[in-house]
Design a protein around this ligand. Structure first.
Ligand code: KG4
Ligand code: ZN
Length: 354
């Protein structure tokens, strides 16, 4: 197994939504990333049902921990610290992860680190591309969040500074809603990504949210995707009324282009304005092939370096929590206390619970 044995062995637990993730890292080396997803149980509802997800975590937790240990070739007793997402996320699902992590840490007599889900989406990149450049700019785009962050220390409260965020739908939410409109399965992001490859991104000129000169004055680094979603709905309805077939690939490609264009433009504008030369993209939507390509292409012209973890590390997983936990151990952060709460609306600025 990789990693030298004097580096801390950290087990991370992620249950903020519908993925039961258990990751094991040694320092910055990934040893195991076991994920059990309840996504199929939610598909017929078109979105995650919190109660169903919580019950699924309860059933999957111990088997997923066992699978992670087996893959990593370690015993629980070898673990030096336990990290867990304690927010933001769904209250009931977070409770399962936090309770499990406390039981483990207490039983093993090892420190517990209650970490922020968004900071973990940033820290995971270290497992693939080495130490995080700090400061860096992080564009986090997922089903629940779209934020631009200035990261000076991913392990310390005060080290993650929000520059902007969505004022309505998250980017992933927009992908999921537009996919539903086009008759594609949930979660829609990967299906739109695939359909768009056969389509033309400039076929339909969909609106770019918060990009007018007036909007930029107040919302330079904020995002809005609900107007775009409505524009796509109107366009599809008009097509259906006319009796003509809906060109799914072109709608998917043009919608995707509108989202990626705004995300990349604002992220690079923030990088220039902050004088930061490294842009990290994380969260489920960072798995999008067009977003990755467009970011790399435009950033290169501006001399900005782009880091995007591989798709499996972008969507929710336990390795990201373990990665952030290991970094906290390495930087000597104080562990969380065992009365750690689950906080569904934890602000992005609070990266480690006291
Ligand atoms: O980070 P994540 O796994 O969970 C949250 O914390 O929300 O993100 C899930 C979101 C979903 O909305 C899904 O549709 C989107 O990420 N997603 C994608 C792609 N893969 C996942 N969106 C666009 N393109 C993709 N390839
Ligand atoms: Zn996430």
């Amino acid at each position: 197994m990789g990693g030298s044995s004097d580096e801390p062995l950290v087990l991370g637990i992620e249950t903020s939504c519908d993925e039961t993730g258990v990751g094991i890292v040694r320092g910055r080396t990934l040893l195991a990333d076991a994920v059990a997803s309840s996504v199929e149980e939610h598909a017929r509802f078109g979105g995650v049902v919190p109660e169903v997800a919580s019950r699924a975590h309860l059933e999957a937790m111990v088997p997923t921990i066992e699978r992670a240990c087996e893959t990593a070739g370690v015993r629980l007793a070898d673990v030096d610290a336990v990290a867990v997402t304690h927010g933001p996320g769904l209250a009931g699902t977070l409770l399962v992860g936090v309770a499990s992590a406390k039981a483990l840490a207490w039983g093993l007599g090892k420190p517990l680190y209650g970490v922020n889900h968004l900071a973990a989406h940033v820290a995971v990149d270290q497992l693939e591309h080495g130490p995080l450049p700090e400061p860096c700019l992080a564009l986090l785009v997922s089903g629940g969040h779209s934020s631009l962050l200035r990261v000076t220390d991913v392990t310390a409260t005060g080290g993650v500074d929000p520059l902007g965020a969505t004022i309505d739908d998250a980017a992933g939410e927009a992908f999921d809603k537009v996919a539903r409109l086009l008759g594609l399965p949930f979660p829609g992001g990967p299906h739109i990504d695939r359909a768009a490859r056969e389509g033309d991104g400039v076929a339909i000129d969909f609106p770019r949210g918060l990009s007018s000169r007036r909007d930029l004055e107040r919302h330079r680094f904020d995002f809005s995707f609900s107007g775009l979603k409505t524009a796509v709905a109107r366009w599809v309805e008009a097509r259906e009324r006319s009796g003509e077939p809906v060109p799914v690939a072109d709608v998917a490609a043009s919608f995707q282009e509108a989202v990626c264009d705004v995300l990349v433009r604002k992220a690079l504008d923030a990088a220039a304005s902050e004088g930061v030369e490294d842009l990290l993209i994380g969260g489920g939507v960072a798995a999008n092939s067009r977003l990755r390509a467009l970011a790399v292409e435009r950033a290169e012209r501006l001399g900005v370096r782009v880091r995007v973890p591989r798709p499996g590390l972008c969507t929710d997983n336990g390795a990201m929590v373990a990665a952030l936990g290991a970094e906290m151990v390495a930087r000597g952060r104080t562990p969380s206390s065992l009365d750690l709460p689950a906080d569904s609306s934890l602000p992005v600025t609070e990266v480690l619970a006291g």
